[in-house]
Design a protein around this ligand. Sequence first.
Ligand code: CIR
Length: 264
Amino acid sequence: MSTKSFNFTHAITRRPSSSVVSGLRSTERGVPNFELMEGHHLDYVNALKQAGAKVIELDPLEDFPDSVFVEDTALCLPEGAILMRPGAPSRLNEVEYIAPHLRKLYKNVFEIKGPGTIEAGDILTTEKEILIGRSSRTNIEGISELTLMLEQWNYKVTEVITPPGILHFKTDCSLLDNNTILSTERLAATGCFESYKVILTYPGEEDAANTIRYNNLVLAPKGFPKTTRRLLKSGFNVVEIGNTECAKIDGGMSCLSLRFSPKK
Ligand code: CIR
């Protein structure tokens, strides 16, 4: 059975630019090693291809240190794509470099006009609803504008809270299948996943929460063996990808791609 939340045909990625070493970060975890990040990025793209994705690989954008994290610029659904309005001022104009690629693939491309802000790292699409976390990047006005737009396609939108100190809602969770979420304990404790089966990250392995399910594969960050074991024991096919360098600037598996099945 095909699902709209994890069965896809396409992905868009953007290679990191050397300016990525100046990417935004909430805490200082050291300067990312650019060459190592490039290697991880290649592994990531190859894993998407292994999962069946036609990957559209975009060129680096030197003027935008965080532009490798394409996920934040758009919400891609089967019915259409919606361009976001990032809350980080240095990321606002990344959107115009994604828009033409989505317009080539989709008939319907809408945009969040503002004044609110919203980044798709705060949006988790599941089979039954779209969860949107209010955060330092995503505010109530941004959520309201998106919610109105989603009404045309009859989506149920649930507003949730990204706990303080966590960059995006999906920094701490990801969709594993129709009804299963991988989450940190601190996020699950807010009660937002009460109607789902939840697999918790192992204590001390909170950075393992951001994975992606793409068709039959789960792309997970390397270095969190106890959480990976939990996923394997639950029957998921896991491919581990190095993420140490992106993690220094708060990036994870989901941030690095847009995943979708376009409709012209
Ligand atoms: C930022 O602060 O915007 C980037 N350094 C990290 C963005 C990560 N994106 C995501 O979680 N979707």
